[in-house]
Design a protein around this ligand. Structure first.
Ligand code: GLN
Length: 555
């Protein structure tokens, strides 16, 4: 075996899902980076789908797209935003993708006639997926194991990570286990029993944690830490109290305060003196967060609004743009289907800006077209993302270019004006997985356009995830009607950006710029959207009316 110099941290979770394992892993990643270590991350997902690309957002939240076109778990978005590194499809492996590979090898006879089994063949494939992340440019791979200890599907993953320490040596592996320490009001106590059970379950699989991160709403006392340490056989310094933080950006600082990165370095025999911590870059982010207070209200017009995780990167990109301007963004989640009914109300007029995010399927489309039109006619700054661009083009076709019933062929196969349509290479695609236009594509921007000015560049690259495109047959008519196609693929065939001159900001992109926004580097389009929204917000104070809408302030 090739000697591995890279070290590995495995993050598992117990007691309950949704404890914030992804954010804990990301925060640890950031802290290790703040110690000058080169970090990369991978998420192992025990479900059977080959990737989350075919899952309904209600099932799984957003699908995060990597530069190389991987359709991955939304935790990769947290990883990229926290460790500030672009990841690739290699950073997400599911049971489905692992079995697919094992079965492929079996069909090719690569197992030399052996009986193919979970141990060793599936576990070897899992280990291979982990090991693949290690190279001479990486000091530490953080491996988050999805799901909760005790799940049936997680067993092969726990076995693989158990073997991993045996394979590469004790000093090269650290196991971090995240649990919940609930406070029970009747007894007035924090309870450690769920943590004990969870650790027992983990040990039953042969994994003894080195660090236990305890989520709780109140800090965990030293006495309780000693109890957990004794009962779970973890050093006291390895029991970390992770209290709910006012914003996700504070989590790295909270965990550092508790000594998480120090104890992980110690376990991995990483010399603290050679790797002192410098938190200044992240502290700047946090101070930006707390000083952002200019109120601004952005409507997000979507169809999965009951599960805001479906738009996670969009919301994060709005937040980052807020940090840039010192603004606190309140998101008004607007159900796309309800937009036509809202036209006579004040709710839409109260918006300072609007985002029309991506999506699939017909439901809510007319509402989104109506929203795009409302923003256009009432000078509301509006940013359309992927499907958002497509509905802006539909609005322009119907209401500026006189193409009655113009539509996308995705929603109306008989429309007389299919202004959005499949290109030839997508006509006969049957396999739904991984067959869209996926990942980073370059666009050439029009000099002097709003988008070229926003980016400060004329050649840009953004990540894509869609099948349909602006139909080149109608481009001329749309442009005559006033729509500016301000960015195209380098060969000029595909429309990548549209905008409307004279409007404060009415911009659509066929891409998903939200995936590239970072807390300390707001994405140029979100930054400009928010800039225009702030002009609107601050130019018409005081507000005469307020609305009784579901407006959530973003921490
Ligand atoms: N459904 C549209 C398409 O496939 C848009 C997809 C999206 O918004 N990501 O082209």
């Amino acid at each position: 075996m090739v000697p591995i110099v890279t070290k590995f941290v495995f993050v598992t979770g117990g007691v309950s899902s949704s404890l914030g394992k992804g954010l804990t892993a990301s925060s640890l990643g950031r802290l290790l980076k703040c110690r000058g270590l080169r970090v990369t991350m991978v998420k192992l997902d025990p479900y059977i789908n080959v990737d989350p690309g075919t899952m309904n957002p209600f099932e799984h939240g957003e699908v995060f797209v990597t530069e190389d076109g991987g359709e991955t778990d939304l935790d990769l978005g947290h990883y990229e935003r926290f460790i500030d590194e672009n990841l690739s499809r290699k950073s997400n492996a599911t049971t489905g993708s692992i079995y697919r590979e094992v079965i492929r090898k079996e069909r090719l006879g690569e197992y030399l006639g052996k009986t193919v089994q979970v141990i060793p063949h599936v576990t070897d494939e899992i280990k291979e997926r982990i090991r693949r992340l290690a190279d001479e440019n990486v000091d530490i791979v953080i491996v988050e194991v999805g799901g909760t200890v005790g799940d049936i599907e997680i067993v092969p993953f726990l076995e693989a990570i158990r073997q991993f320490r045996h394979d590469i040596g004790r000093d090269n592996v650290c196991y971090v286990h995240l649990t919940l320490v609930p406070y029970l009001a009747p007894s007035g106590e924090q309870k450690t029993k769920p943590t004990q059970h969870s650790v027992t379950e983990l040990r039953g699989r042969g994994v003894q944690p080195d660090v236990i991160v305890c989520r709780s709403d109140q800090p965990i006392s030293d006495g309780l830490k000693r109890k957990i340490s004794l009962l779970c056989d973890v050093a006291v310094e390895g029991v970390i109290s992770a209290v709910d933080a006012p914003s996700i950006y504070e989590i790295p600082l909270v965990l550092h305060e508790e000594g998480l990165d120090r104890v992980v370095c110690k376990m991995l025999q990483i010399d603290e003196v050679r790797h002192p911590v410098d938190l200044s870059s992240w502290e700047r982010v946090v101070s930006q967060v707390s000083s952002s207070d200019r109120p601004v209200r952005i409507g997000v017009v979507g169809k999965y609004i009951n599960l805001p995780d479906a738009y996670l990167s969009v919301v994060e990109a709005l937040r980052h743009a807020g940090f840039h301007h010192g603004a606190k963004v309140a998101v008004d989640w607007i159900q796309a289907e309800e937009v036509p009914d809202l036209l006579g109300t004040e709710r839409l007029h109260q918006l300072d800006g609007m985002v029309i995010p991506g999506g699939f399927g017909e439901r809510g489309i007319e509402g989104k077209v109506t929203a795009a039109r409302f923003a256009r006619e009432h000078d509301v700054p509006c940013l359309g993302l992927c499907l958002g661009l497509q509905v802006m083009v539909i609005d322009a076709a119907r209401h500026l270019a006189g193409m009655d019933r113009a539509n996308s062929r995705e929603f109306d196969s008989l429309t007389p004006y299919p202004v959005i349509d499949l290109m030839d290479d997508q006509q006969n695609v049957v396999d739904k997985g991984g067959t869209m236009r996926l990942g980073a594509y370059v666009a050439q921007l029009l000099a002097g356009s709003v988008v070229a000015d926003a980016y400060g560049a004329e050649v840009v690259s953004e990540r894509h995830r869609h099948r349909f495109e602006v139909n080149p047959r109608f481009r001329g008519r749309l442009e005559e009607a006033g729509l500016v196609c301000s960015g195209s693929s380098p060969d000029g065939r595909l429309v990548e950006f549209v905008e409307l001159p004279g409007h404060p900001f009415w911009v659509g992109t066929q891409a998903h710029p939200e995936f590239k926004s970072r807390p300390d580097r707001a994405h140029p389009l979100f930054r400009e959207l928010l800039g225009a929204a702030l002009v609107r917000a601050e130019g018409r104070l005081p507000r005469l009316l307020d609305i009784d809408a579901d407006v959530g302030a973003l921490p």
